[in-house]
Design a protein around this ligand. Structure first.
Ligand code: AVJ
Length: 327
């Protein structure tokens, strides 16, 4: 981004800090996150066009099992899920996940009344919807642009039918426990009477499997993490030197989660929107938490939010779980 655009954005921030243009939201989060004693940037900002492309590459890596195993679990258990869900459901997807996983579910269910993908990114929604339209030409698709953590009402065509929520990829792991309970309770209200929720959740397992999944040999995850700094340089007139930060992925046993950081290799200063941020050698920016749950732990969390476990499926190696919950 050129200097003029950065200044314009700076004006926007000073004049109307609450205005929520996407770029403005990113700017506010970065400025706030880098001003803290412990620096952090929320992981939802990974997914610009380049970040989404890199995440797609991650899902194909040999070390990154979640996408592969979840897809297998869906394929293997789709018929039973469909039987438990019954016919005539409206399917509500939180965050437009990979269309291929959604397609497996939609194929198996009987007489899907409508498919409502909810996502903040309009482009992702359009892309997912147009692919699904080709594969399921008779399906009613009603995309909703909203923040799925606080979307309030569903489109009118979703009313009057029982609903099935779908939240794949263990994205729920990005929330801490309190936020996850809040989200599950909110989803319960949205899915309503007779509502069901199908959620993919990554299982606790040996760090010898977890760490390579978040620090792959080809360095794709490192590039995905560093893209956050590249994005700041592109969109917020930043001048981060990407060669002086390194990707780090650790297993936090006490918190039960993978954590990702960008570690500064030197004492250095970076400018963002005209402000300077100092980094000591070794200092880190926290960029992601990815919580892992045993089947029992997740069922306990879901119960706290008012859900009842119907059934949980895992693969033979116990890498990943699929939970079906009822309100
Ligand atoms: C898509 C958020 C579930 O936490 O495993 C992949 C993102 N981060 N590699 C995850 C991610 C590093 C992923 N989620």
């Amino acid at each position: 981004m050129d200097g003029e655009l950065a200044l314009e954005l700076l004006d926007e921030l000073v004049e109307a800090p609450s205005r929520a243009s996407p770029r403005n939201e990113f700017a506010q989060a970065v400025l706030a996150g880098l001003s803290q004693h412990r620096k952090s940037i929320p992981c939802r900002f990974f997914y610009d066009a380049r970040g989404s492309e890199l995440f797609e590459q991650i899902t194909a890596l040999p070390e990154y099992y979640p996408t592969r195993v979840e897809t297998e679990l869906l394929r293997a258990n789709a018929a039973e899920i469909a039987w438990l869900a019954g016919a005539d459901r409206v399917v509500v997807e939180f965050g437009s996940g990979s269309s291929r996983k959604t397609s497996l579910l939609l194929e198996a269910l009987c007489r899907v009344r409508a498919y409502v993908p909810i996502d903040i990114a309009g482009e992702c929604l359009d892309e997912a919807a147009s692919w699904l339209r080709q594969v399921h030409p008779n399906l009613t698709i009603e995309p909703m642009i909203a923040d799925f953590t606080n979307a309030v009402t569903l489109p009118s065509l979703a009313r009057g039918w029982n609903r099935l929520g779908f939240f794949s990829g263990s994205t729920i792991g990005n929330l801490d426990h309190r936020e996850a309970v809040g989200f599950l309770a909110h989803a319960g209200r949205l899915l309503g009477k007779n509502g069901l929720f199908l959620i993919g959740v990554d299982l606790k397992k040996s760090p010898s499997i977890l760490i390579p999944a978040y620090n792959d040999a080809k360095g794709v995850t490192a590039e995905f993490n560093l893209n956050l700094l590249a994005r700041i340089n592109r969109e917020l007139g930043g001048n981060f030197d990407l060669s002086r930060f390194v990707h780090e992925a650790i297993w936090n046993e006490a918190a039960g989660r993978m954590e990702m950081y960008l570690r500064s290799l030197a004492d250095q200063t970076a400018r963002v929107l005209g402000r300077s941020f100092a980094f000591a050698a070794g200092e880190r920016i926290h960029t992601e938490n990815s919580h892992k749950y045993s089947v029992a732990e997740f069922q306990c969390l879901a119960s706290t939010a008012g859900w009842r476990p119907v059934k949980a499926w895992t693969d033979d190696a116990e890498l990943f779980s699929l939970h079906l919950l009822s309100v």
